[in-house]
Design a protein around this ligand. Structure first.
Ligand SMILES: [Mn+2]
Length: 438
């Protein structure tokens, strides 16, 4: 558990205040198989993390509200000495009550039977379909079972995610503290990767530096597979093969951040593998850096994020026209989305328990408010195509920082990671040893 149980209790009570009389059911993510009897490392559903901090799979949380009474019930994997010898300790029903403040707790094995009691004659069920197919099916099946017992299936089913996401959108001080620590760890990993970069290394070696630094400092894992794209791979937005050799003269783009105490960090830096930007690389890098800094300055409370995105599009388009990579009337290029050949993603996204946090909230429509954490990540990706001057082909640059909106402006959580051309050129390859020789 990342926070004291009272913190989660407060969040549940706040949700209960906003809900109609009825019941909220939150299922855990299913486990997934990597190979035969080996599972992928388990990651709990983000809403369960938010409302309980409980990390075990095969869990269901239930929050009932009636006559302004709130009851919190947990269904958890039961104690099982044999299982626990092989696979580790469980909280069990007693742990759920004692450590997680459940008013009632049961073995998950009794969920299908108890489910009928829980939803019978409730007017409203808050439930998100599509997270856990097994629980989806139990809920759907309960309709006819309740009918047989002459009980009523909930009249209204409401997806609770938009309500939960509104809560998760605004980070509380204790969450910000965690994100600051996660930022420090991620910054440290980037710094080491930049310092250790030398031509002839492989992308996976860089990837390994992040993995090592994240885990060494207590982060559970990378928040998402690290994108380590050298040369032309940098223009593939979600490149995660990370297999190629780092060539002298190319750029390296790394988009990587850790998951620390359940919260994601998301940082991108781009640097020259040999420590010196070419003229063309420098021109593209300067545009992205200038526009990114401008956008960060403007990323404050009261601004609509979509307007900031549009500003970014306009500035990038303007600069690409100056470089003759785009030609024609700026308004027409924007109208026809001609800029998308070089900048095809959004300016940023919400950040929190998920890397692309609170996905039911379209950030572009939102007015920024204190407590929100968003990424600012413009990029320019030049395709390897015959009509582009050869020296520009395959250049990909993205620079990304994580910005906390405050009452008075903003706080760049990842500001300490250098990004000016001068600083970057000084850092690259400055570590004494690159890699060990096998
Ligand atoms: Mn991002």
């Amino acid at each position: 558990m990342v926070f004291a149980p009272e913190v989660y209790q407060k969040r549940r009570n706040l949700f209960a205040k906003k809900m109609k009389e009825g019941v909220l059911i939150l299922p855990s993510n299913p486990e997934s198989i990597m190979s035969n009897d080996v599972h992928y490392p388990y990651r709990q559903n983000s809403n369960i993390l938010y409302f309980s901090g409980f990390k075990e799979p095969n869990t269901v949380l239930v929050l009932e509200k009636s006559n302004d009474n709130v009851k919190f019930t947990m269904f958890v994997p039961p104690h099982d000495p044999k299982f626990e010898i092989w696979n580790g300790r469980r909280q069990g029903v007693d742990g759920a009550k004692k450590n997680f403040f459940a008013d009632e707790a049961f073995s998950i094995e009794s969920f299908s039977e108890k489910l009928l009691e829980i939803i019978a004659d409730q007017n409203v069920l808050y439930y998100t379909f599509g997270i856990n197919p097994e629980i989806d099916q139990l809920i759907l099946n309960s309709k006819s079972k309740l009918k047989e017992k002459r009980k009523q299936f909930p009249l209204e089913i409401i997806d609770p995610e938009p309500m939960i996401h509104e809560m998760r959108l605004i980070k509380q001080p204790e969450e910000i503290e965690i994100m600051k620590k996660g930022s420090e760890i991620s910054i440290h990993a980037h710094l080491n990767a930049i310092k250790m970069t030398r031509p002839g290394m492989y992308e996976y070696e860089i990837d390994a530096i992040y993995e090592y630094e994240f885990k060494r400092h207590g982060a559970k894992r990378a928040a998402y597979p690290s994108i380590v794209g050298s040369g032309k791979n940098a223009v593939i937005l979600h490149y995660i093969e990370n297999n190629d050799r780092l060539e002298d003269g190319d750029l390296l783009l790394v988009d990587a951040g850790c998951e620390y105490n359940d919260y994601a960090i998301d940082i991108t830096r781009t640097w020259p593998i040999n420590g010196k930007f070419s003229d063309e690389q420098k021109k593209i890098y300067e545009i992205v850096l200038t526009v990114q800094n401008e956008c960060i300055d403007k990323c404050v409370s009261g601004i609509k994020f979509g307007d900031l995105h549009n500003y970014c599009v306009k500035r990038i388009t303007e600069e690409l026209i100056k470089l003759n990579l785009l030609s024609g009337d700026i308004d027409e290029i924007i109208e026809n989305e001609g800029y998308k050949r070089f900048f095809m993603h959004g300016l940023g996204h919400n950040l929190g328990i998920d890397t692309h946090d609170v996905s039911t909230i379209p950030l572009k429509e939102r007015i920024l408010k204190p407590g929100m954490v968003v990424t600012i990540e413009p990029g320019i990706y030049i395709p390897d195509e015959p009509d582009i001057p050869e020296s520009y082909r395959g250049i990909g640059v993205r620079i990304e920082d994580d910005i906390l909106i405050t009452e008075t402006g903003n706080l760049n959580l990842t500001e300490k990671l250098p990004k000016s051309i001068k600083e970057i050129e000084k850092l690259v390859g400055s570590a004494h040893s690159a890699t060990s020789v096998l």
